[in-house]
Design a protein. Sequence first.
Length: 195
Amino acid sequence: MADQSALLDQPDAQGSGEPFTITRPDQLQALGEPTRWRILGRLLEGPASIQELARALGAAKGTISHHVRVLDRAGLIRLVEEHRVRGVVEKRYARVGRQFRLPERETSLAVEHPELGTLPLRQAIAEASPSGGADDPSMSFVMRARMPAARAHRFANLLNELAAEFADGAPGEGETFGIVAGIYRPDWAAEKGES
């Protein structure tokens, strides 16, 4: 069995430790599909081939292949390794970053796509599974409080720090968990002119 492997010119097959900021409409569109989020989630565990992704996600190889092409063209994943076994080339892909950041509110992409703000919430809802019992720390809540905007900004900064600590995780150990957090002004409060 002839196995010819090539690790491509990518120093970090797990994705950079730096957050990758979404800057193009095609990247935003690529993130708007739940199957692609699931692929990106699996790639947090390390590089994978189409076959490995299909097996892990319980989906057809053709479906996974399509979504991998979209993610690759959008620059959200990259080819990191090729294996040639008996004349067949197997390609392995990795994320370009461990975290994806949405553009700041003031950027033209964010202004043109106001739905960006709820993308992380929609993704969390799409992939969350019911609690797995006493050992599963899954939980959620929604809370509202009146406060000055400066205090809300302070809480937003605290959430960013918490998210950074969460993202550090313990690669290669334990199970995969997700976190979603946000500070927002309810639409009904904005309509009433509350500030």
